[in-house]
Design a protein around this ligand. Structure first.
Ligand code: FAD
Length: 281
C-alpha cells in the first residue's frame, strides 16, 4: 500500500468571521500545534468571499512556526486574481496549497477563467514551477456532480497529471470506499499520498446537512443510532468518538499515509480521537 510515505497529520480550519471566533482559533491552534502536525490548512470561500481572512489566518499560523496551507478555489476567479494570490503567498514563505475548483455561490453566474481544479493545478505549475507543494481533493464516494464514477476518477487523474503532490479526501465513514479508491489509484500508476479526510462527529443535524451537500454517505445503521440519541449530546459524542477512532485506526492499519482532520475550529473532538489512537497503539 502507501507505506513508503511518512505519516502525515494535518488539521483544517476555516477563517474566523468574528473577534470571538479569532480568539477561539488562537486557543484551538495552540492546543493542536502541540501535536506538531505536518501543516494546518485554511479554507477559502468560493468566489473569493474569504480571500483576506484566509490570507490573514494563514500568515498568522505560518508565523507561529508550523506550515500553513491555504485552500484556493478557482471558480469565478481570473488568472490575474490567482496570480496575485500566489505571489502574495510566495512572498510570505507559504509553500503548500490546497488547489480546488470550489462551488459557485448561488446567484453567481460566471464560472470565471477556470472551469475545473486540474486547470488551476496546471496554472500554478506554469506560473510557479515546483515552488508549491500542491494538494488536491479526492472523492472515494464519488463527487456529487460527477457524470459517473469512472469519469470522476478520470478527472482526478487529470489533477495528478497536472502536478498535484498529494490528495486529501472528502470525509467518509465507509473505510471500504477509501481502500477501493487507493487500489484504483495504484492500478492506474498514481503514487501520490491519498490522505483520508476525517470529520469528527459531535452533533447530528449539521452533519446530515453537510453530508447531503457534499455527497458523504452516512450509512443507515449510523444514522439510525445517531437519531436514537435525540438531544443527548454526550451520547452522540461518545458514539462518534468510538466510531471515528475505529475508522482512523482501520485506515492507518490498512496503509493510509496519514489523516487530515476537518476540525471545524474545535480542538477537543480531534484531540480525543488522537488520544484514543495512541492508547490503542
Ligand atoms: P474538480 O476536481 O474540478 O471536480 C469538480 C467536478 O467536476 C467533479 O464532479 C469532477 O468529476 C468534474 N470534473 C473535474 N475536472 C473535469 C474536467 N476536466 N472535465 C469535466 N469534468 C471535470 N470548497 C470551498 O469552496 N473552499 C474550500 O476551502 C474547500 N476545501 C476543500 C477541501 C477538501 C479536502 C475537499 C475534499 C473539498 C473542499 N471544498 C472546498 C469543496 C470543493 O470545492 C467541492 O467539492 C467542489 O464541488 C469540487 O472541487 P474540486 O476541487 O474537487 O473540483
Amino acid at each position: 500500500m502507501q507505506s513508503e510515505h511518512p505519516q502525515l497529520f494535518s488539521f483544517e480550519f476555516y477563517p474566523p468571521k468574528t473577534e470571538e471566533g479569532a480568539a477561539n482559533l488562537q486557543v484551538v491552534h495552540s492546543k493542536l500545534a502541540a501535536l506538531n502536525p505536518d501543516f494546518f490548512s485554511v479554507t477559502f470561500g468560493a468566489g473569493g468571499s474569504t480571500r483576506d481572512k484566509t490570507f490573514d489566518t494563514v500568515v498568522d499560523i505560518q508565523t507561529k512556526g508550523i506550515a500553513a496551507a491555504p485552500h484556493l478555489s478557482c471558480v469565478a476567479s481570473t488568472k490575474e486574481n490567482i496570480r496575485a494570490i500566489l505571489q502574495n503567498y510566495r512572498q510570505h514563505g507559504i509553500a503548500k496549497i490546497v488547489a480546488l475548483r470550489g462551488d459557485l455561490p448561488s446567484g453567481m453566474m460566471s464560472a470565471g477563467e477556470f472551469r475545473y481544479a486540474n486547470e488551476l493545478v496546471e496554472f500554478i505549475r506554469l506560473e510557479t514551477g515546483d515552488y508549491f507543494d500542491i494538494h488536491v481533493a479526492a472523492y472515494p464516494e464519488v463527487h456529487p456532480q460527477a457524470k459517473d464514477a469512472q469519469e470522476d476518477f478520470k478527472n482526478f487523474k487529470r489533477k495528478v497529471a497536472a502536478g498535484a503532490n498529494a490528495a486529501i479526501t472528502q470525509y467518509f465513514y465507509n473505510a471500504e470506499a477509501y481502500f477501493y479508491f487507493v487500489d484504483l489509484c495504484e492500478k492506474n500508476g498514481i503514487t501520490i499520498p491519498i490522505v483520508p479526510g476525517i470529520m469528527p462527529i459531535t452533533q447530528y443535524s449539521q452533519l446530515f446537512r453537510f453530508s447531503e451537500m457534499c455527497g458523504a454517505d452516512i450509512p443507515r445503521w449510523m444514522r439510525k443510532r445517531l437519531e436514537s440519541f435525540g438531544d443527548d449530546r454526550e451520547a452522540i459524542q461518545e458514539f462518534g468518538l468510538e466510531l471515528v477512532s475505529n475508522l482512523c485506526q482501520r485506515l492507518l492499519d490498512g496503509g493510509a499515509p496519514g489523516l487530515h482532520f476537518y476540525t471545524m475550529n474545535q480542538s477537543a473532538p480531534t484531540l480525543a480521537i488522537l488520544e484514543r489512537l495512541q492508547t490503542k497503539a
